[in-house]
Design a protein around this ligand. Structure first.
Ligand code: SF4
Ligand code: SF4
Length: 267
């Protein structure tokens, strides 16, 4: 079952709609130079403590939010305050009295065992196996990333689930299968995301468009406080609000410039 199927099922049983998920971007800085990265085009910065507390206070006032993802563009572990952000959300409960479900996603270059049992999910985004990973993710050491993942592998039965993903560009299906097979017994889940970018994601543009469920279920806050539609918007092209000027509560997501070419709605 893919993400949109899950969200449709979520709608079907009448659970609260917009927004369920928030991506909060600690930083859009990154130490790598991946072939597929399209985060360029906006200033690089780090969310300030003031901005974080403003964003968090607005998140707590939206009763539908239950999932907090501490990443968007960039490498969140580069933010010196990430640990405090994680702890901040750990101490809070949703309106239903449940703990927020939290996730970080990393390129895996910085050890992340400190976050085990403090978030619900850690995803490591890879460029393939071995040399392919290093070709696709310039600046990354396969050996170091692999070791960082394996250091967490024995903790699989704790609160934190470990997933790995690969962004597929022109790799043959046989390579994708090898990737899946290699990781499936080592981590909790493995998936391959198809590469989409403002330049390349035009395959859906000439078809009758479907409705993108991200517009109904997710919201994203960039490090500078601007609000945008989803975690695909690495460049802030869809930004439509700002937590300084408005409030997350009651914001309705408009489609944006990126939606014109993005084909994530097809998933
Ligand atoms: S790890 Fe992510 S943010 Fe960093 S360069 Fe690669 S794609 Fe861009
Ligand atoms: S940019 Fe893509 S994923 Fe995001 S809301 Fe628009 S269509 Fe959906």
């Amino acid at each position: 079952m893919n993400l949109n199927s899950i969200l449709r099922a979520y709608d079907a049983i009448g659970l609260p709609k917009f927004p369920v998920t928030v991506n909060l971007e600690p930083t859009n800085a990154c130490q790598l130079r991946c072939k597929t990265c399209y985060r360029q085009g906006r200033p690089v910065g780090f969310m300030s403590p003031e901005m974080f507390h403003l964003a968090a206070s607005q998140i707590y006032e939206v009763p539908t939010i239950s999932i907090i993802k501490l990443f968007l563009a960039g490498e969140p572990l580069l933010h010196p305050g990430l640990s405090e952000m994680v702890d901040h959300f750990s101490e809070k409960k949703t309106r239903l009295g449940k703990r927020y479900w939290t996730q970080i996603s990393t390129n895996g270059s910085i050890p992340f065992t400190d976050y085990i049992d403090r978030v619900d999910s850690i995803n490591v985004s890879l460029g393939g196996l071995g040399q392919r990973h290093e070709e696709n993710r310039a600046g990354s050491s396969w050996e170091a990333v692999h070791q960082n993942i394996m250091d967490c592998a024995e903790t699989r039965r704790c609160r934190t689930k470990i997933s790995v993903n690969m962004v597929q560009t022109d790799e043959p299906d046989s390579e994708i299968e090898q990737f899946m097979t290699y990781w499936q017994d080592k981590v909790d889940s493995v998936f391959v995301a198809r590469y989409h970018s403002p330049k390349l994601a035009v395959s859906g543009a000439c078809q009758k468009r479907g409705q993108c469920l991200y517009l109904h279920h997710s919201i994203a806050i960039l490090w500078d406080g601007r609000v945008t539609t989803c975690c695909s918007d690495l460049q802030g092209a869809n930004a439509y609000g700002d937590i300084h000027a408005g409030h997350l509560k009651g914001m309705k997501q408009p489609t944006g410039a990126l939606c014109e070419t993005c084909d994530v709605w097809k998933l």
